[in-house]
Design a protein around this ligand. Structure first.
Ligand SMILES: Nc1ncnc2c1ncn2[C@@H]1O[C@H](COP(=O)(O)OP(=O)(O)OP(=O)(O)O)[C@@H](O)[C@H]1O
Length: 563
């Protein structure tokens, strides 16, 4: 299916509103044409009647055309106002629909998609590209369709008075509305693509700079990044100048052709008048009507240029959304039930595009309520186990069962209901401590929040802050120390009271005392039925668990039962 056909397909739910917008746009443009057309005739007819003596003056009916002029003037204002209302509303709905549609397709690909895309790229896709796709109706489809309909009607009306004048007008309209914007569109297509590409990269660069400002400075790379951004800006400016030159040229040519066409229409009308086929009062009417006809073409150069940008934006969005999710959604999702035991048999997992198996012929059994330490050298696949359980990445070999059902039959959000995780690269949300806890558990009472903070050994810190639970922690928790941030992430997981709790390096960044108190409180507070999987490099933390499993060579090795 072509790209434009797919965009039009997305517009289906608002098609009636779009059709109404088009009808109003045509009505407003035709009212404008009718107003000038009739005014031209009225002025000329009044002058001719004035020159024709008393009888002619008395016979002249001023009332009916004056009503027509008022009708067109009122209709033009009303139709334009309603058109803006309807078309802008349709556009906003369309943008919302495109965003919801792309989000629905991208969500199952997370977080694998971030392994391939820069987050700035994704941000740009969601904001600018979806916006541009939504603007396709208002800025491209509407002006082109409205201009085409109006031109046909106007040429037909002119033809009723003088066929040669109508043909001259049709020629002028075709050149100004089709040929010139088309040529301008083709000439500026490369520059438009360049602008889109560079803006895309610029957004990604800027997002990266904002996220990693400190690191760029520590690494002494700030100047290099600055130069790259300045280079992109210069490139965009250069391409914009070229587009403006082409558009300016097209608009100038349109003005010249408009004048030539109006003069041509007048010449044809004059010839008809001389042969007696047209009354004198119709001459200014046709000339003014001819000029008014070109008004409908004014938005076309911009519309043709934008068409190129919409194609690029839609191409990027569709390419992203058409990527198959690395974990297919189960055809008939099933829900795990108690006891929430895990059994992995002969598991083989390698990441998309990677040649190396991270896990191969791996077996692991964990019964509900067990507390298991997962240890092993860095990069051997400990965190990969979390990715597998959360259905972020799929395994290619073996079978995995959780709560009595095959993992491939379980949706990722169902797994998230049963398993709480404090990942190594956890994320805190901008706002207060209360907001972060409420995101983890919207129904949590203030008392429950304090309890979770107490287990996570954060009460002393939060109580010492004047704003307490409403203390702001900044983007990603920048106002907290590494250890405090990790403990807040831990409090989030505790608050959700999941059947399984996976902790990836829970005590990283903590001093020995806090580490001891945290692990003791956690083990004491969590119900006996809560399974804990604790990924750690810390022997003291591993020793607090019931069992130790070592990950090495792609397999899980039972490293002993802790006494
Ligand atoms: N999203 C990913 N895409 C591709 N490869 C990945 C991805 N995540 C991890 N890997 C690779 O898989 C291997 C295992 O990574 P994993 O994060 O599971 O190691 P780990 O044992 O948790 O290490 P550490 O103790 O350092 O946290 C590594 O070689 C890593 O490069």
């Amino acid at each position: 299916m072509s790209m434009l056909a797919r965009i039009i397909g997305l517009m289906r739910p608002v098609r009636w509103q779009m059709a109404l917008g088009l009808a109003l746009s045509v009505a407003a443009s035709l009212a404008n044409f009718g107003l000038l057309f009739l005014s031209g005739w009225l002025l000329a007819a009044a002058a001719v009647a004035g020159l024709g003596g008393i009888a002619a003056r008395n016979a002249f009916n001023l009332f009916l055309p004056a009503v027509g002029v008022r009708f067109f003037a009122t209709m033009r204002i009303l139709a334009r106002y309603l058109e803006r209302l309807v078309t802008h509303d349709a556009t906003l709905r369309l943008i919302g629909r495109v965003r919801a549609w792309s989000f629905e397709r991208l969500a199952p690909q997370a977080p694998a998609i971030l392994a391939r895309q820069r987050s700035g790229d994704m941000m740009f896709r969601f904001v600018a590209d979806t916006d541009q796709m939504g603007q396709f109706y208002l800025e491209v489809l509407l002006p082109i369709a409205s201009a085409a309909i109006c031109c046909v009607v106007i040429v037909a009306v002119m033809g009723a008075f003088s066929l040669p004048a109508a043909l001259v007008l049709a020629g002028g309209l075709a050149v100004c509305g089709g040929v010139l914007p088309g040529v301008a569109g083709v000439l500026s297509a490369r520059a438009m693509r360049r602008i889109s590409h560079q803006q895309d990269a610029l957004h990604a660069d800027l997002t990266e700079v904002l996220q990693g400002m400190g690191e760029f400075m520590f690494l002494g790379a700030a100047r290099t990044v600055q130069a790259r951004i300045a280079g992109r800006e210069a490139d965009i400016r250069h391409a914009r100048r070229r587009v403006a030159l082409i558009e300016g040229g097209a608009r100038s040519a349109m003005t010249i052709i408009t004048m030539m066409s109006a003069a041509g229409v007048l010449a044809m009308a004059d010839r008809a008048y001389r042969t007696g086929a047209l009354p004198a009062a119709c001459l200014p009417m046709l000339a003014l009507g001819g000029l008014a006809a070109f008004d409908v073409l004014t938005p076309l150069p911009a519309a043709w240029q934008l068409l190129g940008q919409v194609r690029v934006a839609a191409g990027r969005i569709f390419a992203l959304c058409d990527t198959l999710p690395c974990v297919p959604a189960p055809a008939r999702p099933r829900t795990p039930a108690a006891p929430f035991d895990l059994s992995l048999r002969n598991i083989g997992l390698r990441y998309t595009g990677a040649r190396r198996w991270v896990l191969r012929h791996a077996d692991l059994s964990v019964r509900q309520g067990e507390r298991v330490a997962i240890v092993g050298p860095s990069g051997t696949g400990k965190s990969t186990l979390v990715n597998l359980l959360f259905r972020f990445y799929d395994y290619q070999e073996g079978t995995a069962c959780f709560g009595g059902v095959d993992l491939k039959d379980v949706d990722a959000d169902i797994m998230a209901r049963h398993i709480g995780v404090v990942a190594q690269d956890f994320h805190l949300f901008v706002g207060s401590i209360r907001r972060n806890l409420a995101i983890a558990c919207p129904s949590a009472t203030e008392q429950a929040m304090w309890h979770a903070l107490q287990v996570a050994q954060l009460t002393a810190f939060v109580r010492a802050e004047p704003a307490g639970l409403d203390t702001l922690i900044g983007e990603g928790g920048v106002r907290l120390s590494g250890g405090q941030a990790r403990r807040l992430a831990m409090a989030q997981a505790i608050l959700r009271a999941p059947q399984w709790l996976i902790l990836d390096e829970p005590t990283e960044g903590l001093d020995a005392d806090t580490e001891r108190s945290l692990m003791a409180a956690l083990l004491q507070v969590l119900p006996a039925r809560t399974t804990i999987l604790c990924i750690t490099h810390n022997p003291a933390v591993a020793a607090r668990m019931d069992r130790v499993v070592r990950v090495e060579g792609g397999r899980f090795h039972e490293a002993g039962r802790v006494q």
